[in-house]
Design a protein around this ligand. Sequence first.
Ligand SMILES: Cc1cc2nc3c(=O)[nH]c(=O)nc-3n(C[C@H](O)[C@H](O)[C@H](O)COP(=O)(O)OP(=O)(O)OC[C@H]3O[C@@H](n4cnc5c(N)ncnc54)[C@H](O)[C@@H]3O)c2cc1C
Length: 370
Amino acid sequence: MNKQKVAVLGGGIQGICVALALAKDPRYIIHLIDKNKSLLQETSLINEGKIHLGFVYALDDTFQTAERMLHDGLSFAPTLEYLVGHKIDWGRISSSRFEYLVSQHSMVGKDLLLEYYHKINDCYQTLKDDDLLHYLGNRLDSLLPPLEVAGLDNFGEIKAGVVTEEKSVNTIKLRRILLEAVSASTSIHTETDCLISHIRRDVSGFRLTGEKSHAAWQENFDIVVNCLWTGRLQLDQQMGMLPDFKWIYRKKYRLLAMLPTELQWLKSYTIVQGQFGDLVNYETSQETYLSWYPSCMKGLSHEVTPPKSWSEEADQEQIIRESLTSLNRIFPGIEMARVLNLSSGVIFARGKTDISDVESELHTRFEQRV
Ligand SMILES: Cc1cc2nc3c(=O)[nH]c(=O)nc-3n(C[C@H](O)[C@H](O)[C@H](O)COP(=O)(O)OP(=O)(O)OC[C@H]3O[C@@H](n4cnc5c(N)ncnc54)[C@H](O)[C@@H]3O)c2cc1C
Protein backbone atom coordinates (compact mmCIF):
# COMPACT_ATOMS: atom_id res chain seq x y z
CA MET A 1 0.00 0.00 0.00
CA ASN A 2 1.26 3.48 -0.89
CA LYS A 3 1.23 5.43 2.34
CA GLN A 4 0.24 9.08 2.43
CA LYS A 5 2.94 11.37 3.75
CA VAL A 6 1.55 13.74 6.36
CA ALA A 7 3.32 16.76 7.85
CA VAL A 8 2.04 17.63 11.30
CA LEU A 9 3.40 21.11 12.00
CA GLY A 10 4.10 21.90 15.64
CA GLY A 11 5.13 19.52 18.40
CA GLY A 12 2.99 20.97 21.18
CA ILE A 13 0.08 19.07 22.71
CA GLN A 14 -2.11 19.63 19.65
CA GLY A 15 0.48 18.44 17.13
CA ILE A 16 1.45 15.43 19.23
CA CYS A 17 -2.18 14.37 19.70
CA VAL A 18 -2.86 14.73 15.97
CA ALA A 19 0.29 12.71 15.16
CA LEU A 20 -0.62 9.94 17.63
CA ALA A 21 -4.17 9.79 16.25
CA LEU A 22 -2.96 9.54 12.64
CA ALA A 23 -0.39 6.93 13.65
CA LYS A 24 -3.27 4.57 14.48
CA ASP A 25 -4.20 4.53 10.80
CA PRO A 26 -1.85 2.40 8.63
CA ARG A 27 -2.50 4.62 5.59
CA TYR A 28 -0.30 7.40 6.98
CA ILE A 29 3.35 8.03 7.58
CA ILE A 30 3.74 11.10 9.78
CA HIS A 31 6.44 13.74 10.01
CA LEU A 32 6.05 15.69 13.24
CA ILE A 33 7.91 18.96 12.68
CA ASP A 34 8.99 21.55 15.25
CA LYS A 35 11.39 24.48 15.28
CA ASN A 36 12.80 23.61 18.71
CA LYS A 37 15.44 20.97 19.39
CA SER A 38 12.87 18.88 21.27
CA LEU A 39 9.08 18.64 21.38
CA LEU A 40 6.70 20.26 23.86
CA GLN A 41 8.91 23.17 24.86
CA GLU A 42 6.49 26.05 24.44
CA THR A 43 2.93 26.91 25.50
CA SER A 44 1.96 23.32 26.23
CA LEU A 45 4.81 23.10 28.73
CA ILE A 46 4.48 26.38 30.59
CA ASN A 47 0.69 26.47 30.88
CA GLU A 48 -1.21 25.85 34.08
CA GLY A 49 -2.53 22.50 32.90
CA LYS A 50 -6.04 23.08 34.18
CA ILE A 51 -8.52 20.60 32.76
CA HIS A 52 -11.40 23.02 32.72
CA LEU A 53 -14.89 22.02 33.77
CA GLY A 54 -16.38 25.41 32.93
CA PHE A 55 -16.12 27.09 36.34
CA VAL A 56 -14.25 30.18 35.06
CA TYR A 57 -16.74 30.99 32.31
CA ALA A 58 -19.55 32.47 34.40
CA LEU A 59 -19.72 35.53 32.14
CA ASP A 60 -21.12 33.45 29.29
CA ASP A 61 -24.81 33.72 30.08
CA THR A 62 -25.70 31.33 27.23
CA PHE A 63 -24.02 28.57 29.34
CA GLN A 64 -22.68 27.04 26.11
CA THR A 65 -19.03 27.51 27.14
CA ALA A 66 -19.58 25.57 30.36
CA GLU A 67 -21.39 22.78 28.49
CA ARG A 68 -18.55 22.53 25.99
CA MET A 69 -15.80 22.70 28.64
CA LEU A 70 -17.54 20.12 30.79
CA HIS A 71 -17.81 17.62 27.98
CA ASP A 72 -14.26 18.31 26.76
CA GLY A 73 -12.86 18.20 30.31
CA LEU A 74 -14.40 14.76 30.80
CA SER A 75 -13.05 13.62 27.42
CA PHE A 76 -9.47 14.78 28.01
CA ALA A 77 -8.18 11.82 30.03
CA PRO A 78 -9.94 9.04 28.04
CA THR A 79 -8.74 10.62 24.79
CA LEU A 80 -5.13 10.85 25.94
CA GLU A 81 -5.21 7.26 27.22
CA TYR A 82 -6.52 6.13 23.84
CA LEU A 83 -3.79 8.09 22.04
CA VAL A 84 -0.87 6.87 24.18
CA GLY A 85 -2.31 3.34 24.25
CA HIS A 86 -2.29 2.75 28.02
CA LYS A 87 -3.88 3.87 31.28
CA ILE A 88 -2.30 6.91 32.90
CA ASP A 89 -1.87 7.25 36.65
CA TRP A 90 -3.56 10.67 36.81
CA GLY A 91 -3.28 10.81 40.60
CA ARG A 92 0.51 11.06 40.24
CA ILE A 93 0.44 13.88 37.74
CA SER A 94 -2.46 16.05 38.81
CA SER A 95 -2.92 18.89 41.25
CA SER A 96 -4.99 19.10 44.38
CA ARG A 97 -8.62 20.11 43.82
CA PHE A 98 -9.26 23.73 42.96
CA GLU A 99 -11.05 25.85 45.47
CA TYR A 100 -12.74 28.85 43.89
CA LEU A 101 -12.28 32.00 45.94
CA VAL A 102 -14.71 34.80 45.15
CA SER A 103 -12.95 38.16 45.28
CA GLN A 104 -14.66 41.17 46.81
CA HIS A 105 -13.88 42.83 43.44
CA SER A 106 -15.54 40.06 41.41
CA MET A 107 -17.19 41.04 38.11
CA VAL A 108 -20.04 38.65 38.99
CA GLY A 109 -21.88 38.73 42.32
CA LYS A 110 -21.28 35.89 44.79
CA ASP A 111 -24.84 34.53 44.62
CA LEU A 112 -24.87 34.46 40.83
CA LEU A 113 -21.53 32.67 40.81
CA LEU A 114 -22.72 30.03 43.24
CA GLU A 115 -25.88 29.55 41.19
CA TYR A 116 -23.72 29.12 38.08
CA TYR A 117 -21.50 26.49 39.77
CA HIS A 118 -24.59 24.51 40.77
CA LYS A 119 -25.87 24.69 37.21
CA ILE A 120 -22.58 23.14 36.03
CA ASN A 121 -23.04 20.38 38.56
CA ASP A 122 -26.62 19.76 37.33
CA CYS A 123 -25.29 19.51 33.79
CA TYR A 124 -22.63 17.07 35.00
CA GLN A 125 -25.34 14.79 36.39
CA THR A 126 -26.52 14.19 32.80
CA LEU A 127 -23.00 13.15 31.70
CA LYS A 128 -21.59 11.22 34.62
CA ASP A 129 -22.98 7.82 33.60
CA ASP A 130 -21.41 7.95 30.14
CA ASP A 131 -18.91 5.05 30.13
CA LEU A 132 -16.65 6.82 27.66
CA LEU A 133 -16.05 9.80 29.93
CA HIS A 134 -14.11 10.27 33.14
CA TYR A 135 -12.37 13.15 34.86
CA LEU A 136 -8.67 12.40 35.23
CA GLY A 137 -9.35 8.79 36.14
CA ASN A 138 -12.27 9.54 38.47
CA ARG A 139 -15.97 8.88 38.02
CA LEU A 140 -17.33 11.42 40.44
CA ASP A 141 -20.79 11.67 41.95
CA SER A 142 -20.68 15.43 42.07
CA LEU A 143 -18.34 18.24 40.95
CA LEU A 144 -19.11 20.17 44.12
CA PRO A 145 -18.24 18.10 47.16
CA PRO A 146 -20.27 19.39 50.12
CA LEU A 147 -17.23 20.93 51.81
CA GLU A 148 -16.52 24.42 53.01
CA VAL A 149 -13.28 26.09 51.99
CA ALA A 150 -11.23 25.62 55.14
CA GLY A 151 -10.07 28.73 57.00
CA LEU A 152 -11.68 31.33 54.74
CA ASP A 153 -10.51 33.93 57.29
CA ASN A 154 -6.93 33.16 56.26
CA PHE A 155 -7.53 34.65 52.83
CA GLY A 156 -7.65 38.41 52.41
CA GLU A 157 -10.11 40.16 50.03
CA ILE A 158 -12.25 37.02 49.68
CA LYS A 159 -16.03 36.95 50.11
CA ALA A 160 -16.78 33.27 49.60
CA GLY A 161 -15.15 29.99 48.67
CA VAL A 162 -16.31 26.82 46.96
CA VAL A 163 -14.50 23.48 46.81
CA THR A 164 -14.64 21.90 43.35
CA GLU A 165 -13.34 18.69 41.80
CA GLU A 166 -11.47 20.61 39.10
CA LYS A 167 -7.73 19.88 38.81
CA SER A 168 -4.66 20.68 36.75
CA VAL A 169 -2.17 18.24 35.31
CA ASN A 170 1.54 18.70 35.77
CA THR A 171 2.69 19.55 32.26
CA ILE A 172 6.27 18.40 32.85
CA LYS A 173 5.05 14.91 33.74
CA LEU A 174 2.48 14.86 30.96
CA ARG A 175 5.24 15.82 28.54
CA ARG A 176 7.23 12.68 29.47
CA ILE A 177 4.21 10.45 28.81
CA LEU A 178 3.54 12.03 25.43
CA LEU A 179 7.18 11.90 24.33
CA GLU A 180 7.37 8.20 25.21
CA ALA A 181 4.30 7.52 23.08
CA VAL A 182 5.77 9.44 20.13
CA SER A 183 9.10 7.55 20.40
CA ALA A 184 7.27 4.22 20.60
CA SER A 185 5.41 4.84 17.34
CA THR A 186 7.06 3.49 14.20
CA SER A 187 4.82 5.67 12.00
CA ILE A 188 5.94 9.01 13.46
CA HIS A 189 9.21 10.59 12.33
CA THR A 190 10.18 13.55 14.44
CA GLU A 191 11.86 16.46 12.66
CA THR A 192 13.12 18.97 15.20
CA ASP A 193 15.17 22.15 14.74
CA CYS A 194 13.07 22.72 11.63
CA LEU A 195 11.50 26.17 11.24
CA ILE A 196 8.70 26.26 8.67
CA SER A 197 8.29 29.59 6.90
CA HIS A 198 6.32 28.86 3.72
CA ILE A 199 3.70 26.54 2.35
CA ARG A 200 2.36 26.27 -1.17
CA ARG A 201 0.10 23.88 -2.97
CA ASP A 202 1.60 21.96 -5.90
CA VAL A 203 0.31 19.24 -8.21
CA SER A 204 1.09 16.40 -5.85
CA GLY A 205 0.09 18.06 -2.57
CA PHE A 206 1.98 20.69 -0.60
CA ARG A 207 5.52 22.02 -0.56
CA LEU A 208 6.90 23.23 2.75
CA THR A 209 10.00 25.38 2.98
CA GLY A 210 12.03 26.62 5.88
CA GLU A 211 15.30 25.99 7.68
CA LYS A 212 16.52 22.81 9.31
CA SER A 213 19.50 23.21 11.62
CA HIS A 214 19.97 26.67 10.03
CA ALA A 215 20.29 25.25 6.49
CA ALA A 216 17.67 25.73 3.76
CA TRP A 217 15.09 22.92 3.81
CA GLN A 218 12.13 21.92 1.68
CA GLU A 219 9.97 18.85 1.34
CA ASN A 220 6.72 17.73 -0.29
CA PHE A 221 3.78 16.22 1.59
CA ASP A 222 0.39 14.82 0.62
CA ILE A 223 -1.34 16.28 3.67
CA VAL A 224 -0.40 19.09 6.06
CA VAL A 225 -1.93 19.63 9.51
CA ASN A 226 -1.17 23.06 10.94
CA CYS A 227 -0.79 22.95 14.76
CA LEU A 228 1.71 25.81 15.03
CA TRP A 229 -0.29 27.87 17.56
CA THR A 230 1.61 31.20 17.38
CA GLY A 231 2.87 30.33 13.89
CA ARG A 232 -0.39 28.98 12.57
CA LEU A 233 -1.93 32.07 10.97
CA GLN A 234 1.22 32.93 9.03
CA LEU A 235 0.88 29.70 7.03
CA ASP A 236 -2.92 29.83 6.95
CA GLN A 237 -2.62 33.28 5.37
CA GLN A 238 -0.33 31.91 2.64
CA MET A 239 -3.06 29.36 1.87
CA GLY A 240 -5.74 32.10 1.85
CA MET A 241 -7.31 30.60 4.96
CA LEU A 242 -7.23 33.35 7.59
CA PRO A 243 -10.10 32.97 10.09
CA ASP A 244 -13.24 35.00 9.48
CA PHE A 245 -13.29 36.11 13.14
CA LYS A 246 -11.16 38.60 15.11
CA TRP A 247 -8.43 36.95 17.13
CA ILE A 248 -6.27 38.02 19.99
CA TYR A 249 -2.82 36.92 21.12
CA ARG A 250 -1.92 37.50 24.76
CA LYS A 251 1.58 37.08 26.15
CA LYS A 252 1.32 35.75 29.68
CA TYR A 253 3.91 34.85 32.31
CA ARG A 254 3.76 32.32 35.10
CA LEU A 255 5.95 31.76 38.16
CA LEU A 256 7.10 28.49 39.68
CA ALA A 257 7.95 28.98 43.33
CA MET A 258 8.66 27.28 46.63
CA LEU A 259 6.15 28.47 49.21
CA PRO A 260 7.31 29.48 52.68
CA THR A 261 6.89 26.60 55.17
CA GLU A 262 3.95 28.25 56.93
CA LEU A 263 1.98 28.28 53.64
CA GLN A 264 2.62 24.70 52.65
CA TRP A 265 -0.91 23.75 53.76
CA LEU A 266 -2.32 25.67 50.77
CA LYS A 267 -4.27 23.70 48.18
CA SER A 268 -5.00 24.93 44.61
CA TYR A 269 -7.01 28.10 44.05
CA THR A 270 -8.59 30.14 41.32
CA ILE A 271 -9.66 33.63 42.28
CA VAL A 272 -12.81 34.72 40.47
CA GLN A 273 -14.36 36.47 38.64
CA GLY A 274 -12.13 38.73 36.58
CA GLN A 275 -8.48 39.67 36.22
CA PHE A 276 -7.16 37.80 39.23
CA GLY A 277 -4.95 34.75 39.46
CA ASP A 278 -4.27 31.14 40.30
CA LEU A 279 -2.17 29.12 42.69
CA VAL A 280 -1.66 25.46 41.81
CA ASN A 281 -0.12 22.75 43.97
CA TYR A 282 0.59 19.44 42.22
CA GLU A 283 0.34 16.23 44.26
CA THR A 284 3.89 14.99 43.72
CA SER A 285 5.82 18.20 43.22
CA GLN A 286 7.28 20.73 45.64
CA GLU A 287 6.83 23.61 43.23
CA THR A 288 3.78 25.85 43.19
CA TYR A 289 2.45 27.48 40.02
CA LEU A 290 1.51 31.13 40.51
CA SER A 291 0.00 33.74 38.28
CA TRP A 292 -1.57 37.13 38.79
CA TYR A 293 -3.23 38.30 35.60
CA PRO A 294 -2.60 42.08 35.71
CA SER A 295 1.11 41.56 36.49
CA CYS A 296 1.70 38.55 34.24
CA MET A 297 -0.14 39.70 31.10
CA LYS A 298 2.52 41.52 29.10
CA GLY A 299 1.22 41.91 25.58
CA LEU A 300 -1.88 41.89 23.44
CA SER A 301 -1.88 41.71 19.65
CA HIS A 302 -4.29 41.26 16.76
CA GLU A 303 -1.58 40.82 14.10
CA VAL A 304 -1.15 37.66 12.01
CA THR A 305 1.83 36.67 14.16
CA PRO A 306 2.67 37.90 17.66
CA PRO A 307 5.21 40.79 17.59
CA LYS A 308 8.89 39.77 17.36
CA SER A 309 9.57 41.85 20.49
CA TRP A 310 7.59 39.26 22.49
CA SER A 311 10.53 36.89 22.28
CA GLU A 312 12.50 39.35 24.42
CA GLU A 313 11.87 39.00 28.11
CA ALA A 314 10.07 41.78 29.96
CA ASP A 315 11.37 43.12 33.27
CA GLN A 316 11.40 39.87 35.23
CA GLU A 317 12.06 41.42 38.63
CA GLN A 318 9.05 43.66 38.23
CA ILE A 319 6.71 40.82 37.18
CA ILE A 320 7.80 38.74 40.17
CA ARG A 321 7.54 41.61 42.63
CA GLU A 322 4.13 42.80 41.42
CA SER A 323 2.68 39.28 41.23
CA LEU A 324 3.78 38.34 44.73
CA THR A 325 2.62 41.65 46.19
CA SER A 326 -0.84 41.22 44.66
CA LEU A 327 -1.11 37.55 45.62
CA ASN A 328 -0.07 38.52 49.15
CA ARG A 329 -3.37 40.37 49.53
CA ILE A 330 -5.14 37.00 49.15
CA PHE A 331 -2.53 34.65 50.60
CA PRO A 332 -0.77 36.64 53.33
CA GLY A 333 2.87 35.58 53.61
CA ILE A 334 3.28 34.50 49.98
CA GLU A 335 5.54 37.50 49.37
CA MET A 336 8.28 35.37 50.98
CA ALA A 337 7.97 32.62 48.32
CA ARG A 338 11.23 31.69 46.57
CA VAL A 339 10.71 32.04 42.82
CA LEU A 340 12.49 29.29 40.88
CA ASN A 341 11.38 30.08 37.37
CA LEU A 342 9.52 32.73 35.39
CA SER A 343 8.44 31.86 31.85
CA SER A 344 5.93 33.15 29.36
CA GLY A 345 3.65 31.68 26.73
CA VAL A 346 1.15 33.01 24.26
CA ILE A 347 -2.60 32.47 24.40
CA PHE A 348 -4.36 32.58 21.04
CA ALA A 349 -8.13 32.95 21.10
CA ARG A 350 -11.12 34.31 19.30
CA GLY A 351 -11.90 37.82 20.58
CA LYS A 352 -11.24 41.56 20.33
CA THR A 353 -10.88 42.78 23.90
CA ASP A 354 -9.30 41.53 27.11
CA ILE A 355 -11.17 39.76 29.93
CA SER A 356 -11.74 43.00 31.87
CA ASP A 357 -14.50 43.67 29.30
CA VAL A 358 -17.64 41.74 30.32
CA GLU A 359 -18.62 41.59 26.64
CA SER A 360 -15.26 40.11 25.56
CA GLU A 361 -15.52 36.97 23.44
CA LEU A 362 -12.77 35.54 25.66
CA HIS A 363 -15.58 34.70 28.08
CA THR A 364 -17.34 32.57 25.47
CA ARG A 365 -15.13 29.76 24.24
CA PHE A 366 -17.68 27.39 22.74
CA GLU A 367 -17.06 28.60 19.19
CA GLN A 368 -13.27 28.23 19.27
CA ARG A 369 -11.96 26.65 16.13
CA VAL A 370 -8.38 26.12 17.22
C1 LIG B 1 0.30 31.07 30.85
C2 LIG B 1 -0.67 30.15 30.16
C3 LIG B 1 -1.54 29.38 30.93
C4 LIG B 1 -2.46 28.53 30.30
N1 LIG B 1 -3.24 27.73 31.08
C5 LIG B 1 -4.08 26.83 30.50
C6 LIG B 1 -4.84 25.94 31.30
O1 LIG B 1 -4.75 25.95 32.51
N2 LIG B 1 -5.67 25.06 30.67
C7 LIG B 1 -5.79 25.03 29.31
O2 LIG B 1 -6.57 24.21 28.78
N3 LIG B 1 -5.04 25.86 28.51
C8 LIG B 1 -4.20 26.74 29.08
N4 LIG B 1 -3.44 27.57 28.29
C9 LIG B 1 -3.56 27.43 26.83
C10 LIG B 1 -2.78 26.18 26.36
O3 LIG B 1 -1.48 26.23 26.87
C11 LIG B 1 -2.74 26.14 24.83
O4 LIG B 1 -4.08 26.08 24.36
C12 LIG B 1 -2.01 24.91 24.31
O5 LIG B 1 -0.78 24.70 24.96
C13 LIG B 1 -1.76 25.08 22.83
O6 LIG B 1 -1.09 23.92 22.40
P1 LIG B 1 -0.39 23.89 20.99
O7 LIG B 1 0.16 22.54 20.81
O8 LIG B 1 -1.35 24.40 19.98
O9 LIG B 1 0.74 25.03 21.09
P2 LIG B 1 2.31 24.91 21.50
O10 LIG B 1 2.51 24.10 22.70
O11 LIG B 1 2.82 26.31 21.53
O12 LIG B 1 2.91 24.13 20.28
C14 LIG B 1 3.15 24.76 19.03
C15 LIG B 1 4.48 24.25 18.56
O13 LIG B 1 4.72 24.80 17.26
C16 LIG B 1 6.09 25.11 17.15
N5 LIG B 1 6.21 26.15 16.13
C17 LIG B 1 5.64 27.37 16.10
N6 LIG B 1 5.93 28.02 14.96
C18 LIG B 1 6.71 27.17 14.23
C19 LIG B 1 7.28 27.24 12.93
N7 LIG B 1 7.15 28.31 12.14
N8 LIG B 1 7.99 26.16 12.49
C20 LIG B 1 8.13 25.05 13.26
N9 LIG B 1 7.60 24.94 14.50
C21 LIG B 1 6.90 25.98 14.98
C22 LIG B 1 6.50 25.58 18.53
O14 LIG B 1 7.89 25.39 18.75
C23 LIG B 1 5.64 24.70 19.44
O15 LIG B 1 6.33 23.56 19.91
C24 LIG B 1 -2.52 28.45 28.88
C25 LIG B 1 -1.63 29.22 28.12
C26 LIG B 1 -0.71 30.06 28.75
C27 LIG B 1 0.23 30.87 27.91
